[in-house]
Every structure is written in structure tokens, then in C-alpha cells.
Design a binder for this molecule. Structure first.
Ligand code: C2E
Ligand code: MG
Ligand code: MG
Ligand code: MG
Length: 288
């Protein structure tokens, strides 16, 4: 419709654009207040070692229960926080809270934390991390930092230095959303990743898109061949889990094994019935 309106196009779009800009600006201000008011929550989602049948760690996922607008998901507000720079403060809160959870609620457990590219490049990032683990008495080995390929794109040398520094301190490093960025293969040999996380969209394509099985198997082989753990994200069905485990995927995360929850409600053990069902189906699939 806008196309047909010729030179009126600008007037057609303008109100919508203003509303969008206005909403972002509002969100920006509210994000600042949210930090001060302590409105954020950190939820945890279990990551499961399907061979051992154990929850090996939890991914920390940020939640913002907004007082008026209800629940706002990170997919919406992280971008705004990155653009305004608020993400540095929010990210520091996430790390502080994750350390508190490890120290007070989940001793000897592991948590993985998402790190925004903006936060990663912030000059004080490494010191802030170091201070938080020291103060809380958490071992850096209990924390895995999840970064995405976008962290690596701009400034190769700098990113490499930071990653090596973090590794030297003892933190684990995971490459999140693997397969969604560019030149993934070259990154794998250049950076010291402990884990790659197979992006949810590949998992969702299993049984739907013909090529998905080959792609997923290849990524798993690649990661394992390089000595990395391969974690599949977004696993919702037992069929997906069967295929992933049979293909050699070491760990699984997804609604099938547990949704992100506050620490008091998060699933800490694997459902034995689900595990038995999974094992039975893998044996049956092997026999075929
Ligand atoms: P991510 O790191 O790839 O996190 C996985 C996302 O998949 C989470 O969405 C999680 O709730 C969702 N998920 C887990 N299992 C399933 C499943 O079985 N099915 C489906 N459909 N979804 C599943 P969420 O919590 O909305 O977070 C979205 C993204 O926001 C995250 O993607 C991450 O990139 C970012 N994020 C979340 N928390 C933080 C944070 O503390 N700091 C930063 N910088 N980014 C964060
Ligand atoms: Mg993640
Ligand atoms: Mg991911
Ligand atoms: Mg992501």
C-alpha cells in the first residue's frame, strides 16, 4: 500500500517510525531505572549430560518482569541496552547475581553466562569478572562465558587477547548460536573454545528440512574432532534428543529437560523416566 502512494510514502511511514523510536527511547530510560530498582531476575535452564543422566550446569537467562508492560524478553531489550551502553551495567549485574547463586544456592555447580559483544569489549570487563569471583569465592572453572561470533568479527587481535586472558584465569568459553554467523570454521581453530552450542534453528529443522540431519551431524563431528563439547540448544522433543545423542552430542538443553526458572524452581535432576525412554529409543534406533 505504501508503495502505491508514491510521494506520500514518507507520510505513510512516519507515524510508525516515530512510535518505534519513541518506544526505544522509553525502554532505554526504563532499563536504567530497572537496574537501580533491582527489577531484573536471573533464571536458570538446566543443561543435561544425557549419557550420565545428570544436570551438569545451568544457563543464566536474564528476565525483566516489567511493572506495567508485563514480561519483556531479552531478545527485545538486550539490543536496546547494547545501543545505549546500559548493557555494561546490566551485564555486570548478571555476573554478580550468577556468582551469588553459585556461592549461596548452588555450591560446586556450574553456570554459563551470556556476554554481549559490547560488554566483552568494555575495558573493565576482565577486572570486573575477576573481582566478582574473588569476592564471592567462586572458582572461575564454575563459570562458562557464552559469546557469539559477532564478538570475533571486528577486531581479531583484541578479541583473541581477551579470550586468552579469560582462559588463563580459568573461565570456560562457549561459542553460542553456532552456525548462524559467518566463517564459523576459521573461528574454531583460532580461538580457545571449550564448548560450541549448536543453534536452536538447526535442532528445530530436524525432521523438517532434509539437509538438517547432515548439517547437525557434521557440526557435532567437527566440535568433537577439535576436542570441544557440543551442546544442542532448544531441544523440545524426544525425537530431536534421540537423534542428537545418537549422533554424539554430549549435552542437551531445551524445554524437553527443563525451562528457564528462578533458582528455587529450576529442575536439578533428570527425570529418570524420560532418560529411560531416551535410552530405549536410542538402542532401538541403533538396532535398525
Ligand atoms: P541464547 O543464549 O541462545 O539462549 C537460549 C534461548 O533459547 C533462551 O531465550 C531460552 O529461553 C530459549 N530456549 C531454551 N530452550 C528452548 C526450547 O526448547 N525451545 C525454544 N523455543 N526456546 C528455548 P531467551 O531467554 O529469550 O534469551 C534470548 C537471547 O537473549 C539469548 O539467546 C541470549 O543471546 C540473550 N540473553 C539472555 N540473557 C542474557 C544475558 O544475561 N546477557 C546477554 N548479553 N544476553 C542475554
Ligand atoms: Mg546462550
Ligand atoms: Mg544460543
Ligand atoms: Mg542467542
Amino acid at each position: 500500500q505504501a508503495k502505491n502512494s508514491g510521494r506520500n510514502t514518507w507520510f505513510v511511514f512516519r507515524p510508525g517510525m516515530n512510535a518505534e523510536i519513541e518506544r526505544r527511547r522509553e525502554l532505554e530510560v526504563e532499563l536504567k531505572l530497572a537496574i537501580e530498582r533491582g527489577e531484573f531476575e536471573l533464571h536458570l535452564q538446566p543443561r543435561v549430560d544425557t549419557v550420565a543422566g545428570e544436570v551438569t550446569s545451568y544457563e543464566a537467562l536474564l528476565r525483566w518482569p516489567h511493572p506495567e508492560r508485563g514480561f519483556i524478553g531479552p531478545a527485545e531489550f538486550i539490543q536496546v541496552a547494547e545501543a545505549s551502553g546500559n548493557i555494561v551495567e546490566i551485564g555486570a549485574w548478571v555476573i554478580r547475581e550468577a556468582c551469588r547463586l553459585l556461592a549461596e544456592e548452588l555450591p560446586d555447580h556450574h553456570i554459563s553466562i551470556n556476554v554481549s559483544p559490547v560488554q566483552f569489549r568494555h575495558p573493565g570487563f576482565i577486572e570486573m569478572l575477576g573481582e566478582n569471583v574473588r569476592r564471592s569465592g567462586v572458582r572461575p572453572e564454575q563459570i562458562e562465558l557464552e559469546i557469539t561470533e559477532s564478538v570475533l568479527i571486528d577486531d581479531d587481535r583484541r578479541a583473541q587477547q581477551i579470550l586468552k586472558g579469560l582462559k588463563r584465569m580459568g573461565f570456560g568459553i562457549a561459542l553460542d548460536d553456532f552456525g548462524t554467523g559467518y566463517s564459523s570454521l576459521s573461528y574454531l581453530s583460532r580461538y580457545p573454545f571449550d564448548t560450541i552450542k549448536l543453534d536452536r534453528r538447526f535442532v528445530a529443522n530436524l525432521g523438517v528440512v532434509d539437509s538438517a540431519e547432515v548439517i547437525v551431524r557434521t557440526i557435532i563431528d567437527l566440535g568433537r574432532g577439535l576436542g570441544m563439547k557440543v551442546v544442542a540448544e532448544g531441544v523440545e522433543t524426544i525425537d530431536e534428543a534421540v537423534f542428537l545423542v545418537a549422533s554424539g552430542c554430549s549435552e542437551i538443553q531445551g524445554f524437553l529437560f527443563g525451562e528457564p526458572q528462578p533458582v528455587g524452581r529450576v529442575q536439578r535432576w533428570c527425570d529418570p523416566l524420560l532418560m529411560a525412554d531416551l535410552r530405549g529409543r536410542i538402542v532401538a534406533a541403533d538396532a535398525d
